[in-house]
Design a protein around this ligand. Sequence first.
Ligand code: PXL
Length: 275
Amino acid sequence: MYQKVLTIQDISCVGQCSTTVALPILSACGLETVILPTAILSNHTAGFKGFTVHDLTDEIPVIHRQWQEEGIRFHAIYTGYLGSCEEVTHVKNIIATMLAEGGLTVVDPAMADNGKLYTAFDMAYVEAMKSLCFAADILLPNITEACLLADVEYKESYDRAYIDAILAGLAKKGAKTVVLTGVSYEEGKTGVVVYEQGRYSYYEHQKIARGCHGTGDVYASAFVGALLKGRTTPEAAKIAADYTVQCILNTLDDPAHWYGVKFETALPDLIRELQ
Ligand code: PXL
């Protein structure tokens, strides 16, 4: 079935993250992709000397009202980096009114990594995000975000019991399906835990030494693409992991490309996988 997905996140003009990776990846997966930018930044906030932001919070309800006039509906809504607590409220309103029957919501909290909140956010934002995250059909956090949402202390080194406790904490607060990324139990390996209807699965793959910006968004976009093309949650989690690893591998030989990954170079592999 031809499906229409709405993705709500910022446009970082330079830096290969959020909307500038979600739109091409979802389109390549064969999905009609509608964008709703939450802010326009000169570049993303991680690693550049600075950045400019034009916040679009006030524009969101204006666009929403117009879409409602037109009777537009989406088969899925996938949200990423939002700019403010107020935007979280607007996004909840959009989800409540714009989904087609049986439509799916995927929320990537996109607010923290490596034990730290991104520059633009504070704990008030985390609190606001909780209501959005726990209402989603699929929540797609990394470990840092999962800890913030579950009120569990972040640890650099951990075991299976720690990961189980985070997932139990999320489930207790209302999370339905959780796809937890960046779970590494062994040197040189990392993976994704899928928690769905009380069952766990784990897909382990190689861990590439160099950390790359934007890979969370590349992963989430490929995951949503695979899911909407009919794959199960664990299958989509694996397809997105393999694609993200390939994107990183295709970037490794170019140290000047520190700000993102060359996700375009692996799109043919992703398209082939979904055919
Ligand atoms: O990839 C997450 C992300 C999205 N958008 C902006 C960011 C970041 C991560 O730092 O700064 C603006």
